[in-house]
Design a binder for this molecule. Sequence first.
Ligand code: SAM
Ligand code: DTB
Ligand code: SF4
Length: 336
Amino acid sequence: MNMQFSGAQAAPEIRHDWTSDEARALYELPFNDLLLKAQLVHRAMFDPNMIQRSQLLSIKTGGCPEDCGYCSQSAHHKTGLKASKLIEVERVLAEARKAREAGSTRYCMGAAWRSPKERDMESIVAMVEGVKALGMETCMTLGMLSVQDTLRLKDAGLDYYNHNIDTSERHYEKVITTRTFADRLETLAHVREAGIKVCCGGIVGMGEEKIDRVDMLVTLANLPEHPESVPVNLLIPVEGTPLENEGHIDPIDFVRTIALARILMPASDVRLSAGRTQMSAEMQALCFFAGANSIFAGETLLTKDNPGEDQDATLFRRLGLKSQLPGCERRHAESV
Ligand code: SAM
Ligand code: DTB
Ligand code: SF4
């Protein structure tokens, strides 16, 4: 056993009956109490110094019919982004190989679609099969899925599907009007039923109240099964979108959100996702202490900048963090 960390804490109970009041009380604890609680949950479940790295690729960029108020890729906003068609399978595989060599264990492919079209499915399936053959975990985010789409993706060997609820049900319609919170939950249910792992989280800093952050996490924690992966994004304000002037949130509140995700969903990977270029090393360190155990690696997210490899290598060295290697388990054997 690794003596650098203790898995001696009893594994926390996995609950699906959190109330908004209970979760808010945790969020509002004195910061030190909240962080200690989150770190103890984290240590009971995971090696606290090991971080999983995923790399993103936009396989179909821009021109999206949805009106998500934060997004550079929506056709409803004038962001100056050039739209492009679905890229070729070979290009995806070449990029995935590079990501694997740079230390990412999961490859996440994103398309700016409301939902995939039948004509695109053959290429999508080939991408999943090809990336899987490289020995990487596969993740896709393609918008809404029918039951039939999920079954085809499962057959192709897809490991994860990313589909975020983004915020609380209350705040949702202030951000997106072209689809509902219920639509999001429906796709998540199809993904789960097909036996694909769920990656679902949201964005902090969209002008929401504290209770919206809390309730977003309560919704995720009260799903029949917790998402295996919970990305917490800090809004990257994009010029030309309705939210171009948002994104200014107290970093302490962001860290509280990470800590609450860790406590409510003890066995899930909590990913410190978009917005790391806006964060100091100290803020990211607090996020890792609060229980974040995964990041997006590489210079680009889908369309926006991310700290590159060199910056992350420096951060990991300063904090004594190690990257998860393929096939290496971060979760304590006794906690799974
Ligand atoms: N079109 C698909 C969908 O919406 O499900 C997949 C791609 S979409 C870009 C994936 C997620 O990225 C969104 O749900 C949102 O949470 C996050 N995201 C998009 N733009 C962002 C921004 N400017 N800042 C932070 N997160 C963002
Ligand atoms: C998620 O929650 N964050 C990622 C991934 N899932 C697909 C995307 C972040 C996008 C940030 C803005 C951009 O690069 O366009
Ligand atoms: Fe389209 Fe996804 Fe962007 Fe919404 S977040 S506009 S669905 S690409």
